[in-house]
Design a protein around this ligand. Structure first.
Ligand code: ATP
Ligand SMILES: O=C(O)[C@@H](O)C(=O)CO
Length: 421
């Protein structure tokens, strides 16, 4: 094992695992902190998916350190701390405190801070993070319920979360190439800077950064920064050339979609699936509370549909409806109610013969994976940037794709099946 990754949420873990797999590293995703003494699977890279983005700082730090120990014990030579490409966090964390703890553990004198993910419109210029054509604080992330992003300057954002010095490698330096970036790293380290925000607009920039950071024991960022790391291991003779499969052989069985994501992207994808004739049932949190709907009824409905098209179970709604439900139930209870129902439903669906599943939403994916008792995923082909098919590697014969709310083209739910054999 060469590279160990600690990801702060479930879909972010699949995102970075895909990036590594595409770049020729055989990658396995583990769900949660490995148990003490647990033998980790054979792989070039292992991604540990945590739920440490918004939980209390002390828990996030403890889980990240435990994951780091397990990865080091399995032979990791470099550790990547993967967070969201929109730097989802608050002034109290969790990105800064987790990075600080990992830097201390690894004796890292420098660590890149690079959430750039050009394929999904996340770029960094002069240390400012852009989402598409607008700065982060003007994007929909400004209204995120848990981690509203009201600033776009990564030096300020990181600086508010750590006591360590924060510096910048600007775009002109990236354009000047690997040696220039390395020289800037050395200068900043000499000035007492630990965290280096790095500009990046294109994949080529990420390759330069990856090469320049070959000797760093710790990196932090979005999945984009992983793109340039496999080349270093290959150059060092540690990583053989690997075939990347363009499709995934999937077990025979029914196909379906579970969506608890309320993002604009997901709602568009649901509309496209319904227009394509997929049988669809809307899940209503109020009905779940009153008992009008429950997991048995949802699974019963899904399994009663004709098998020629995947079924779609969705609670996704527009922001006005979601906030009306949250006003009635409370934000936490609304989320938990839906997640609990989908977790139980997923277990019943698997028992009923569903073996091909698409799930939309980070929290929803976490709940469904837990409901299915999944501990390990092997990474398959890319459906859209940041979202691969995966195969369950420690239990039932199933393929599953976990989609971040904001990711995927409008026809995501319709085209994904074409990659399965
Ligand atoms: N109709 C609804 N009313 C209120 N809450 C809902 C409703 N539907 C889903 N939810 C909750 O909203 C949350 C959606 O979060 P989730 O992480 O699954 O999606 P997302 O935020 O779009 O995705 P990501 O985190 O990947 O960006 C979940 O807690 C889910 O249970
Ligand atoms: O980096 C991203 O945007 C995603 O992988 C993610 O973390 C979604 O929660």
């Amino acid at each position: 094992m060469l590279l160990g990754v600690i990801a702060d949420d479930m879909t972010g873990a699949t995102d970075v695992a895909l990036m590594l797999n595409r770049s020729g590293m055989r990658t396995v995703q583990l769900i949660g902190v490995p148990r003490a003494g647990q033998a980790l699977p054979e792989a070039d890279a292992i991604v540990v998916a945590l739920k440490s983005r918004t939980n209390p700082v002390t828990e996030a730090v403890a889980d990240s350190l435990a994951a780091c120990e397990a990865l080091l014990a399995a032979g990791a030579r470099q550790i990547l701390f993967k967070y969201c490409s929109t730097f989802d966090s608050t002034p109290s964390g969790n990105i800064g405190p987790v990075a600080d703890a990992l830097a201390r553990r690894l004796d890292a004198e420098i660590a890149i801070v690079c959430p750039a993910f050009p394929a999904n419109g996340r770029s960094i210029y002069q240390g400012y993070l852009f989402v598409g054509a607008v700065p982060l604080h003007e994007s929909s992330m400004k209204d995120h319920p848990l981690t509203p992003m009201r600033d776009s300057n990564l030096m300020r954002l990181m600086g508010a979360q750590t006591q360590a010095g924060v510096g910048l490698v600007d775009y002109a330096t990236i354009l000047a190439g690997t040696e220039a970036v390395k020289a800037r790293f050395a200068r900043l380290t000499g000035e007492g800077v630990r965290y280096v925000v790095t500009d990046a607009l294109t994949n080529a920039d990420l390759m330069v950064l990856g090469e320049a950071a070959a000797g760093h024991v710790l990196l932090t960022g979005g999945s984009g920064i992983a793109m340039g790391l496999p080349q270093n291991f290959r150059k060092a003779g540690l990583l053989p050339q690997r075939e990347i499969a363009a499709s995934l052989s999937a077990p025979a069985g029914r196909a379906g979609i579970i969506s608890g994501s309320c993002s604009t992207a997901t709602r568009g994808q649901i509309k496209a699936a319904i227009e394509a004739g997929y049988p669809a049932l809307k899940v209503d949190p109020m009905e779940l509370v009153s008992g009008g709907q429950d997991a048995a009824k949802l699974a019963g409905w899904a399994l009663a549909q004709a098998v020629d098209k995947p079924f779609l179970l969705y609670s996704s709604d527009d922001p006005k409806e979601v906030s009306a439900i949250q006003d009635k139930l409370g934000r936490e209870k609304a989320g938990e109610t839906v997640e609990h129902a989908f977790a139980q439903t997923a277990a019943l669906l698997a028992k009923g013969g569903v073996s091909r599943l698409l799930v939309a939403g980070g929290e929803t994916s976490g709940a469904v994976v837990q409901g299915l008792g999944i501990g390990m995923l092997e990474i398959g082909p890319e459906i859209d940037p940041g979202v691969p098919w995966t195969r369950v590697a420690d239990g039932q014969d199933m393929v599953i794709a976990l989609k971040s709310g904001n990711f995927g083209a409008p026809d995501f739910f319709v085209k994904a099946w074409g990659l399965l054999r």
